[in-house]
Design a protein around this ligand. Sequence first.
Ligand code: HPA
Length: 297
Amino acid sequence: MEQTHGIPENHYREAAEHIRARLSVAPEVGLVLGSGLGPLVDEIEGAQAIPFQEIPHWPRATVQGHAGKLVGGTLEGRSVLVMQGRLHFYEGYSLAQVTLPVRVMRLLGIDTLILTNAAGGLNRSFSAGDIMVIEDHIFPAGFSGTNPLHGPNLGMFGPRFPVHTHTYSRQLRALAHRVAAQHGFTLREGVYVSLSGPAFETPAEVRLFRAWGGDAVGMSTAPEALVACHAGMRVLGFSSITNISLDSTTAQQEVSHEDVLRAGKQIVPRLATLLRGVLRELPPLDPGEIENAPEHD
Ligand code: HPA
């Protein structure tokens, strides 16, 4: 039996079977809700909730502001499967565990994944309350080998050496900008720096990430995007800019998880509008946009 990081192939399949048996509709789109963004599930029609702990092999959410439920239902006529609460590396999970839900979604037939997160703004023109569509990411943990695709490759999902030139769908980014313009609000676009956490970045790191070309910084998203892209899924990512990252040790303010949750709440209505608009107009997946294909079934 093939394994990745100790996760055997059948664990993904068993989790998918369990979820499939409990949902009345096969999901098309996966959605991961970041810190403070959980209330977006209230938008789902015909919601069927499955607590993480009832799904075989599924890690539990341990962070405040992450409910730990998988919710199936429809939004704007699309069948969606929503992670209300995500899993993070800093909770003590391996990146293979953190990204297990993405692979399970793939086995359920989901080909489009929308990732959301709360992030600090690095770009000097950003303000708290902005929404940024993710153009690309920087994943420093990956520089030293901490990558969710580390270990034997599971060819049923994708290739040994996946290409990540277009991790975040150009087509869906363009659609997100159109939807934002239709509703008269500004949508930022930029590079997300994905840290392991749980420590917030230091001011010196903020200056470094800016020099690298980072526009926002947070503690999630890149692992899921890497695994989704490996599995030939189309990915769209949104960062809700809950605070501006401090770049000087003389700064008086501090950032706290509570502030992040509070700011996230204020962004929810605009993010909901954006998600609804994207789902309403979601084009069929263009195979030409997909960089990676499975090596075998
Ligand atoms: N840094 C890292 N993660 C975050 C931040 C931040 O400033 N804000 C919200 N999540």
